[in-house]
Write a protein that binds this ligand. Structure first.
Ligand code: HEM
Length: 220
């Protein structure tokens, strides 16, 4: 009897790469979101934080290399696993378990693509500063740049919608990490799924609070 596609050693290897790279990215968004919340402390706090980051190029580039490698590994293994799952689903009754188990995970590629599109826009917006900022120069004035960026409701709305998809992607992704690690058994499934959902919402609501505060005039 042959193993189902999700249990083959090659698939398990990819799932481990997917899980580890996903954990790095999930850790990054927590750090990034926490740093961004300095917006609520005012311009001095967040501008000093941005200036400190830029004044430490070794640390910044170290983190960037880890992030880029994790992103490439995550997308690459994600595409391969999605193709394997599709092939398995087309494979007939032997893979009924896969068909049942992955209803929620099947939306992962779609939310992943939207998050990737968001990331491209976001880097052009606040890192390269070439879109949706009206050609203004901000230097280390990140506070002023973020306020200018989110003063446009369409841009703020796009961020908010993307963060909701990020929440769903993170919640399902973290549940999958627990599954890959073999922790998601009958006894722990409910609690671990609650942790994953809470983490997704924590990240999303933390990020959303910023464009929302600008739109509502609480940050200006
Ligand atoms: C309200 C939401 C967000 C705000 C206000 C925000 C803000 C910023 C700002 C101001 C920068 C430029 C920092 C600088 O050059 O000093 C930045 C960079 C970046 N952001 Fe965000 N961000 C948000 C959401 C996200 C999310 C959800 C992700 C990931 C999915 C993300 C990933 C990144 C990355 C990868 C960079 C480039 C970091 C680097 O310079 O290497 N951001 N963000």
């Amino acid at each position: 009897m042959s193993a189902c596609s999700c249990c083959r050693p090659a698939s398990i290897g990819k799932k481990i790469v997917m899980a580890l790279s996903g954990l790095v990215l999930a850790g990054f968004v927590l750090g990034h979101m926490s740093g961004n919340l300095l917006m609520f402390k005012g311009p001095e706090a967040i501008n000093a934080y941005a200036a400190w980051l830029h004044a430490n190029p070794g640390m910044l580039w170290g983190a960037r290399v880890v992030l880029i490698l994790s992103t490439v590994a995550h997308i690459w293994t994600g595409v391969l696993l999605t193709l394997e799952n599709r092939a398995a689903r087309a494979g007939g009754p032997a893979v009924e378990a896969t068909r049942r188990a992955t209803l929620s995970s099947r939306t992962m590629p779609y939310s992943g693509v939207v998050i990737l599109a968001f990331l491209v826009f976001h880097l052009l917006h606040y890192t390269f500063r070439t879109v949706a900022l009206g050609g203004q120069e901000f230097g280390d004035k990140v506070y002023e740049m973020v306020v200018a960026g989110f003063s446009q409701p369409a841009v703020a709305g796009f961020y908010i919608i993307s963060m909701i998809l990020l929440c769903l992607h993170l919640s399902h992704g973290i549940s999958s990490v627990f599954q890959t690690l073999g922790l998601r058994n009958e006894r722990w499934r409910g609690r671990l799924d609650a942790v994953a959902t809470a983490y997704g919402w924590l990240i999303a609501l933390g990020f959303i609070s910023i464009p929302l505060a600008v739109l509502l005039g609480c940050i200006k």
